[in-house]
Unconditional design. Structure first.
Lengths: 213, 195
């Protein structure tokens, strides 16, 4: 197994690379940024000095994105989130899948190894625990439990992007991760709004949003 | 600066209060976020793009962002009194967050080796909105300008810590846009990729 593969499997599930939850959505290509940045080596899975390159950093963002898409799918399948609350966040599952599709493409372009969805809720719960997310799939007792889990997952997704932005060098990958991170921040606000009885001021209470990391 | 009812001392008073409140928060090291307490500018994290933290290009990019944020602050100050009770309560919070963004950007400019320009006496925000819908639309337009600008400059910033810190501001503004869309009766999060 290559160093890049070991890096990917250290904390994440590594499967055949199928995207989470079914068909991938077509998404617009990320526009090339105006300035250059990053060497060819640093845009790969590993840089010349052996540290993870852009591909390795993107793979970590992808692993969290895959988990987020899986959690949305399972939360909806469990049926604890219903009515207007469900409708308010129903499009987020597809948006998470779109993130997975675009990140997967970027990881492959960078020559790194892609990750697939968890093989079961037990495995997913292990990943949630690893990321210090307290909610567990299959144990959601109320809509509040479901919303809390989704909020924590979104914050972890934002955090994975934030950490990546401290390391990425390629303009295109930076832009991709920034656009995904901002979208996950919107998800966080909208899910939080459902959690707090639609009190608008409670939905975006922080001036600087960097997620959990 | 817009003209009309609501101009003058009360608006300046609101701005002054918000600036004071947000400034206090910044000075107290309250770079709050959803789950972590500090951002790059306040936490002094290790640079990953070169050993010299000075970057004139970053200073120029961040200075333009600061002017955008200051203009948005003026827009909120003008618009908050025109909103319904529920919306104005949220918008007042968002105003304080925009003020905190100016503080963060000033810190980032300093970190990049520059010095922020003084705040102008006033900023052009266009025609005064006449109703709730126009007010929300005006605020959304300023938020959108900021989001678009941050997405444009993030790949160009040399300092990785500045890039990540700008990302935390981008996230907040993206949330504002989504919530403004929601109260406008539009789809709050229409795309998987913020533009």
């Amino acid at each position: 197994m290559s160093p890049a593969q070991r890096a990917a499997t250290r904390r994440e599930l590594l499967t055949s690379g199928a995207a989470a939850g079914g068909a991938l959505l077509a998404v617009p290509a990320v526009a090339a940024a105006a300035s250059g940045g990053g060497t060819a080596a640093s845009r790969g899975a590993r840089s010349a000095d052996g540290a993870p390159g852009d591909g390795g950093h993107l793979a970590r963002v992808l692993s969290m994105s895959v988990l987020a898409a899986y959690v949305y799918e399972q939360v909806f399948a469990e049926g604890v989130l219903t009515g207007t609350r469900r409708r308010a966040v129903s499009s987020f599952e597809d948006q998470e899948r779109a993130h997975v599709a675009e990140l997967r493409r970027a990881v492959l372009d960078a020559g790194a190894t892609v990750v697939g969805p968890p093989s079961s809720t037990v495995v997913a719960n292990r990943y949630l625990a690893h990321r210090q997310i307290p909610g567990r799939l299959g144990q959601l007792q109320s809509p509040e439990d479901a919303l809390d889990l989704l909020i924590d997952v979104e914050r972890s997704s934002i955090g994975s992007c934030y950490v990546a932005l401290l390391r990425l060098t390629g303009p295109e990958t930076i832009l991709l991760v920034a656009r995904i991170m901002a979208n996950d921040s919107q998800h966080e606000a909208l899910v939080t709004l459902q959690r707090h009885a639609l009190k608008l001021a409670a939905a975006a209470p922080y001036a600087l949003v960097s997620g959990s990391h | 600066m817009v003209s009309g009812e609501g101009d003058g001392p009360s608006r300046r008073g609101l701005l002054g209060g918000a600036v004071a409140a947000a400034g206090g928060a910044v000075l107290a090291g309250c770079g709050a976020s959803s789950g972590s307490a500090k951002t790059a500018a306040t936490a002094g994290q290790t640079q990953t793009s070169g050993s010299n933290p000075s970057s004139p290009r970053d200073v120029a990019l961040l200075a333009a962002a600061l002017e955008l944020e200051r203009r948005t602050v003026d827009a909120y100050v003008a618009c908050v009194p025109l909103l319904s009770k529920t919306n104005s309560k949220a918008a007042a919070l968002w105003l304080s967050e925009e003020v905190q963004h100016t503080g963060e950007l000033i810190a980032l400019i300093r970190q990049a080796g520059g010095k922020a320009a003084p705040r102008a006496d006033s900023y052009e925000i266009g025609s005064m909105p006449r109703n709730q819908a126009q007010t929300l639309a005006l605020l959304a337009s300023f938020e959108q300008l900021q989001v678009s600008y941050y997405l444009r400059i993030m790949p160009q910033l040399r300092l990785a810590t500045a890039r990540a810190a700008v990302g935390t501001i981008l996230n907040c503004d993206a949330q504002h846009i989504a919530l403004l869309r929601l109260v406008q009766g539009r789809p709050a999060v229409p795309s998987a990729f913020v533009t």
